[in-house]
Design a protein around this ligand. Structure first.
Ligand code: ADP
Ligand code: MG
Length: 310
């Protein structure tokens, strides 16, 4: 189970023009093709922050002409577009190695609790910064915006816990049929179950790393690899006493988490995700950079931060 971070889908500065996204996907899928060349079965998930941010701007600017769509629709749209971009890049990388393997993307829903505390106190910042007067208009439309000082105001939404990946059974069938599957992009489309049993999308953003951990457990992955832009998680990050973490037990990593070594919104959820996967499976979880994923998976313990069961 491979979770791709923002840098796998944008250029180094986070720019997300179509050309930037295609170029980044080519680099990422080259690494995935190399894994497949090593006989590794791969399920891919990915972030979608910059892409959803772009869709929200289009929503805003075009609202007088075409109806804005809700956040869950933006999630579904980015799953489809990024899945398509990743599949094209992966097909090319596989073909260049003479490998024959088909890929598929699953538009994936993740179940959340309508009573998740996140809906009472939204914490996840999304989209672009706006001046106070423009934010005020959107607040009057029911959105939650926060004053972020000099940069302006920013919308915040709920980041609820993923309870279940509802389309995991489809992912599993595709894996069994030999497909490389792209699934649960952006953490999954958040849905709640109504009293009558039907599903309804909600305006929220699930953390993609936590979604990856859950999908990894549900499809029976042998290892969760969170690929980001740093080779390892680091203790005392950004201080002169910074120390990269290599192989570490689950209990030790949980202790580091409690001590507050990992920033919320960046390294924090990755460490949390890897710990949840290890806890749920008794199998290892890895945090490393994209260029080291082959080493990490073919010789777990050799590259990156590797969390192993106690
Ligand atoms: P992605 O976009 O790949 O999901 P993020 O940008 O959210 O990843 O998180 C990765 C970033 O987390 C790194 O670039 C680094 O700046 C930051 N970070 C925060 N705390 C730590 C830490 N303790 N160790 C390593 N990186 C950290
Ligand atoms: Mg990032």
């Amino acid at each position: 189970m491979l979770a791709l971070g923002g840098n796998a889908m944008t250029n180094a500065e986070g720019r997300a023009r179509p050309d930037d996204q295609i170029a980044a996907a080519e680099v990422a899928m080259d690494a995935v093709a190399e894994l497949i060349a090593h006989d590794v079965e791969v399920v891919i998930t990915h972030g979608n922050g910059p892409q959803v941010g772009n869709l929200l701007v289009k929503n805003e600017l075009a609202a007088a002409v075409v109806p804005p769509v809700p956040l869950d629709w933006c999630g579904a749209q980015t799953q489809a577009t990024l899945g398509f971009v990743l599949m094209d890049a992966l097909d090319a990388a596989l073909a260049s190695r003479g490998l024959e393997k088909r890929s598929a993307t699953v538009v994936t829903r993740a179940l959340v609790d309508p009573h998740d505390p996140g809906f009472v106190k939204p914490t996840k910042p999304i989209g672009r910064f706006l001046p106070a007067d423009e934010a005020q208009v959107l607040i009057e439309h029911g959105e939650v915006w926060e004053d972020r000082g000099e940069k302006g105001w920013r919308r915040v939404v709920a980041s609820p816990e993923p309870l279940d990946i509802l389309d995991a059974p489809a992912v599993l069938e595709l894996i069994r049929a030999g497909f490389v599957v792209v699934a649960n992009g952006g953490g999954g489309i958040p849905v709640v179950r109504r009293a009558d049993g039907s599903l309804s999308g909600v305006e929220a953003v699930i953390d993609k790393d936590l979604g990856a951990a859950l999908l990894g457990v549900l499809v029976g992955a042998d290892v969760l690899v969170v690929a980001t832009d740093v080779p390892q998680a680091v203790l005392r990050y950004g201080t002169p006493e910074a120390e990269p973490i290599g192989k570490v037990t689950l209990a030790q990593m949980q202790q580091y988490m409690e001590e507050g070594h990992f920033a919320s919104g960046s390294m924090g959820p990755k460490v949390d995700a890897v710990c949840r996967f290890v806890q749920g499976t008794d199998l290892p979880g890895v945090i490393t950079s994209l260029d080291r994923i082959v080493d990490a998976v073919t010789d777990v313990g050799y590259a990156g931060t590797v969390v192993v069961p106690d």
